[in-house]
Design a protein around this ligand. Structure first.
Ligand code: AOF
Ligand code: ZN
Length: 360
């Protein structure tokens, strides 16, 4: 019978099955750090005979779960894997060898593994065993999924995503009243899926003082909360703010008096500047960071070139004078930071614009 029509089935078969592997990998988002989210699908002819994903660091790799499900049907199958199979003895034996031993006939990989322990050797091991390997289908999506892992491996710091919601005239809050929601329920739901998928979430001292936010994931089935991080150079935020009870990390300058926070059991990181702070967060194994404001923190990250990706909701509302999403002005249009690979999507009445400032 002919496959049902639809955008998925109009893709070439390798892209179509890799999309299934990417969907598997997505189930691990926010749960695998410092490891990558990885998905694997085993296919015989047109039939999926096994599927799996890496659920958490210390657990078996995606390939192992897919091979377990396939059993004997793995022999001669094509394996679709979102990341090059590993070539090293880590917490598990090399997946390249496990795939070979199972008799897999062909391997399709979305992206190579930047981990120096792997870095092309997984593919080389498979080819040396006489297995055909194709690299590339689904690569763009795989790189976006693995941005956190790849950032941690290559730069030693988390991938930073700045998020805010503003009115049609570019304001994030009214002048006389800090509260009041800018975006629609559909937009806020999307934000919750990001909180579920990113390792950490950061705000500045101003936001803690003004909103005493919880920064939790709400309304996502099976969702987990990101680790809160508070950037507060002089440690002036209230030691009894809600976030500390949720395990928030306090990032301060080298001289701050943190005795009250330490007495409250808060984890404190000291850094001279933001890049050093991010590296310190990386050593905690946090691979991605959602920046949720406010304007001072966002401007500081932007001017330091430390925002990698931007996700902005625009709500069709007009406020007039109000609070801008960014604090510091850029003095000339030709100095404005321009996003690359821009996407737009309508969510209820709001428009979501995303784009990249740094390469993955
Ligand atoms: C794969 N499949 O599902 C994952 C891979 O500490 P270990 O032993 O789990 O090894 C972690 C490294 O293995 C990680 O840094 C990355 O290079 C690779 N992750 N590889 O073949 C998987 N999660
Ligand atoms: Zn592996």
């Amino acid at each position: 019978t002919a496959p049902p029509p639809g955008p998925e089935t109009s893709l070439p078969p390798d892209e179509r099955f890799m999309a299934l592997a990417l969907a598997q990998a997505a189930r691990g988002l926010g749960r695998t750090a410092p490891n990558p989210p990885v998905g694997c699908v085993l296919v015989q002819g047109d039939m999926v005979v096994g599927a799996g994903f890496h659920p958490a660091a210390g657990e078996p790799h995606a390939e192992v779960f897919a091979l377990r499900e396939a059993g004997d049907r793995a022999r001669g199958a094509t394996a679709y894997i979102t990341l090059e199979p590993c070539a090293h003895f880590g917490r598990t034996p090399p997946c390249a060898d496990t795939l070979t031993a199972a008799g897999v006939g062909r391997v399709v990989v979305a992206a190579l593994d930047p981990n120096p322990l792997v870095a092309g050797q997984g593919v080389a091991r498979l080819r040396a065993a006489g297995i055909e390997v194709v690299v590339g289908p689904g690569k763009a999506e795989a790189l976006r999924q693995q941005a956190g892992f790849r950032s941690l491996v290559t730069r030693g710091r988390p991938w930073v995503v700045a998020k805010y919601a503003m009115t049609l005239d570019g304001k994030v809050a009214a002048l006389n009243e800090g509260g009041g929601l800018v975006s629609s329920p559909a937009a806020r739901e999307r934000t919750m899926t990001w909180r579920n998928e990113l390792d950490a979430i950061a705000v500045g001292r101003g936001t803690v003082g003004a909103d005493n936010p919880a920064l939790t994931t709400r309304g996502v089935p099976g969702g987990r909360d990101p680790r809160p991080v508070v950037f507060d150079r002089r440690a002036r935020s209230a030691p009894d703010a809600r976030l500390w009870r949720a395990g928030a990390v306090l990032v301060t300058g080298p001289e701050a008096d943190t005795s009250a926070h330490k007495a409250a059991g808060v984890t404190v990181l000291r850094a001279e500047h933001l890049e050093e702070a991010l590296t310190a967060l990386g050593t905690l194994g946090l691979s991605s960071l959602l920046l949720e404001g406010g304007p001072t923190l966002l401007s500081a990250f932007l001017s330091a070139g430390l925002v990698d990706e931007v996700r902005v909701f625009i709500a069709p509302k007009l406020l007039g004078a109000g609070l801008s999403p960014l604090g510091d002005p850029v003095r000339s249009m030709h100095l404005a930071q321009s996003l690359r690979d821009v996407t737009t999507e309508q969510l209820g009445p709001d428009v979501l614009i995303t784009g990249f400032l740094n390469d993955i």
